[in-house]
Each structure stands twice: as C-alpha cells, then as structure tokens.
Design a protein around this ligand. Structure first.
Ligand code: DSN
Length: 427
C-alpha cells in the first residue's frame, strides 16, 4: 500500500501551526501524548455496539474493560453514580439526553446563543430548536450576568419540560441551586452542559452542578483536556416516570433511558479507541498535577483580565471566574470578524463572538472570545499574559495594518519556540 504523503504533510503543517502560534480559542486544548496514543490505536478496528457485558458483537472482552475503566474513572472524578462515555461529541451527548427525556414538540428553556449559549440549547438551526419548542433566557444588559429572574419568569410562562444551564461564552459561575428551585416550581428537569468549565469543576474550583441538576453533559476535550468526545453524567439515578417501558414491560430507570438514547437512539458503534483515550484523560485528571494545571488556568485568566482592563477593553460581565473572557470591541471600533481575521495573520487564533445585545450579525459580531486552557498547557504563566494582550492590542489598535500584524507574528513565532508543543512528536 502506498504511503499517503499528502495527508501526512498536512498533519505536519498543522503541527507547525500549533507549535508556532498562540492558541486562544477557549474551547481548544492540547491533549497529552498518551491521550493521542490511545486515540490512534487498534481499538478503532473493533465494533462494540451495546455496553460493557451486553454487546451485539463477539470479541469485546478487552474493550469492555477499557470502557468500564472510563466509566468508573468519570464517576470517581465527579462523584456521580452514572456515566455514559460513548457520545461522540458534546452535541451528541445533548441530542441523546434530550431524546431520552423529551418528546418532539416539548418545550425547552436555555440561554440564548447570542447571549453566550450553545447551538444545542435550542437554536433554530439545530436539532434542539427544530425537534423541540425552544424558549430562552438572557444575561442582564447592565452587568452581563445570567438573568435568573428572567429564567424564572419564562419557566412559569412556558412550563418547559427541560431547563438547560451552561454556556459556551459565559465567564462567570452558575447558581445551580437557583436553577433547580426554578425547575422544581414548574416540574421541569435540569440539564447542565458543563462542557467549557468541566476541568475546573473536576478540581473543585467552581460550583459543582451534580447535586442540583438531574443531568450533566460535557465534552471531554476542552478544560478536561482529553480526546474530542462527550459524556453524560447523573449524580443519582432515578425512576423513569415517563411511562416508557422496556420490552418486558418494566418501568425503566433514567440511566436505562439515557443508555438507550445514546445507543441505539442516536449512535451506532462506540468509538472504543476514543473511549480508551477518554479513560487516559480521566486518569490524568485524577492526578495532583491536574490541579496544578487548573489552578494555573485560573491565574492566567485573571492575569489576562487585568491586562485587558489596563488597556481599556470592555469585558462582558466585568471579568472572569473561569478560563475565558468575552470582550466587547465596540469601544475600539473594530468588529469581531475583523479582529479575528487580522489576529490570525499574527498566528493568534481566537474566535469572533457575539456579545449580549449585539447589534451585529453572527458573521460579523462585536466581540471576541479568548481562553487560556491551551496556552496554560503549553506552560505559559501569569507574567506572559500581559505580553500576549500587548500583542493583541497592538493589532487591534491598528487593525488595517497587515505589516504590523506580520511583525507581531515574527515575535510570537520566536517566543513560542520556548514552549514545546510535544516532547516526542512523530507524525
Ligand atoms: N464550538 C464549541 C465552542 O467553541 O465553544 C462549543 O461546541
């Protein structure tokens, strides 16, 4: 068989891009070498529809043990009774969870996408807004914080079956107890999508959703720093009171409904190589080193907040409690799109992002979202954050000056040589 030089050249180019640049996309991270080794392994050859001990294929004894390890480690990290580690992504996790507990047309209540929410929390272009009837709460205009009064009011007006908390571009912590009390008053379930801050929650830096939210979903590749994928967790299993029976006519538990909704409801064969890599990531998260990492994320985010503040940038919700900042560029007269496009020329990668009450479209936007998980993995510390913000500010202050961006790029490429992406990289 011929070697596919073309694609491996591209992988090498992508390696160079990641090595040389500043990665500020809040949802990205750099998985460890052992996570990647597990991801690129022979378990990709194995079909294993079903769950450990109950598969539709022979020869699953080994992947059963691997998947069970992933399940047990996830349960231990978050002190929960139930984990499904098969969702291929966070979106798949949310799709399965909703399939398990909702019927088409049921009402859901989530944070509006334009306020920092996620596509799968009810956006009209996503399954969640097409199959179910979406309603939204917002953040408050005056302080950028989640408007729990509005959530409560909407919950009473609409009586949704599911209230979703969690976000993609929200830099503050959540009051899960308040969300649950709002849900209880109207008989709704609560789903927390903790994809962004999951690693910070794992190590106890932020409020834990598990006591208050019936269901918790997450990706595994953001602050958890694992392979791309999703998980569904439940603190405590409980009886399904939705009248869904199994083939023997038994009333099933919620865990059964969720497992059935992942497979065969929304997915076929699980990606056992990725599940092995999730198990490795969970192993890493259980180590003390990971707390050093998450503590550094918070210190870097705070240092970045200070550096942006010193340069007159407006941060939505006034700053950060977690790993990201949402910056409103309207006082700098620069759109998010323009900023993203010029910054990438300097090898600074981030994403344009709508800010709450934005007057620009999602394709233009008034803001940018910056996050520090990947930079922190590279080994950057608080004292580097001011330099990074200086580079960003240099470009934004002279947004049409491409030669200035290219000069910054040279400095960044030189600087990043001091922070190896991987010690033993081999394509
Ligand atoms: N697209 C991810 C993010 O950037 O936050 C969420 O799915």
């Amino acid at each position: 068989m011929q070697f596919d030089q073309e694609i491996f050249d591209l992988i090498q180019q992508e390696y160079q891009r990641q090595q040389m640049g500043l990665e500020l996309i809040a949802s990205e991270n750099i998985a460890s070498e052992q996570v990647m080794r597990a991801m690129g392994n022979i378990m990709t050859n194995k079909y294993a529809e079903g769950y450990p001990g109950k598969r539709y294929y022979g020869g699953c004894e080994i992947v059963d043990m691997s998947e069970q390890l992933a399940i047990d480690r996830a349960k231990k990290i978050f002190s929960v009774d139930f984990a499904n580690v098969q969702p291929h992504s966070g979106a798949q996790a949310n799709a399965a969870l909703m399939l398990a507990i909702l019927k088409p047309g049921d009402k859901i209540l989530g944070l509006d996408l334009s306020m920092g929410g996620h596509l799968t929390h009810g956006s009209s272009v996503n399954f969640s807004g097409k199959l179910y009837e979406p309603h939204f709460y917002a953040v408050k205009k005056e302080d950028g914080l989640v408007d729990y009064d509005m959530m409560e009011q909407k919950a009473h007006e609409q009586r949704p079956k599911l209230i979703i908390c969690g976000a993609s571009a929200y830099s503050r912590d959540w009051d899960y107890a308040r969300v649950r009390s709002i849900a209880d008053a109207v008989g709704a379930y609560v789903l927390c999508d903790m994809s962004h801050p999951a690693g910070l929650i794992a190590k106890g830096h932020l409020n834990a959703p598990f006591e208050h939210c019936h269901f918790v979903t997450s990706t595994t590749h953001k602050t958890l720093r694992g392979p791309r994928g999703g998980i569904i967790l439940m603190k405590q299993d409980f009886e399904n009171t939705m009248g869904i029976l199994d083939t023997k006519g038994n009333l099933k538990m919620m865990s059964d409904l969720i497992n059935l909704a992942v497979f065969p409801g929304t997915q076929g064969g699980p990606l056992e190589h990725v599940i092995a890599a999730k198990a490795v990531a969970f192993f890493e998260i259980m180590q003390d080193d990971f707390k050093v990492y998450t503590t550094q994320i918070l210190a870097n985010a705070k240092a970045m907040e200070k550096a942006f503040d010193a340069r007159g940038y407006h941060m939505v919700s006034g700053g950060t409690d977690n790993h990201l900042l949402l910056i409103d560029l309207r006082n700098k007269n620069v759109s998010g799109k323009k900023a993203e496009n010029m910054l990438v020329k300097a090898d600074i990668t981030l994403n344009k992002n709508m800010v709450p009450y934005d007057d620009k479209s999602p394709f233009i936007t008034s803001g940018i979202r910056v996050g520090v998980p990947a930079l922190t993995t590279r080994g950057l510390k608080e004292h580097h954050m001011d330099q990074i913000v200086h580079w960003i500010d240099t470009i934004i202050a002279d947004i049409d000056n491409e030669s200035k961006a290219l000069a910054v790029k040279s400095e960044i490429n030189e600087f990043m040589k001091g922070f190896e992406l991987y010690q033993n990289w081999k394509v």
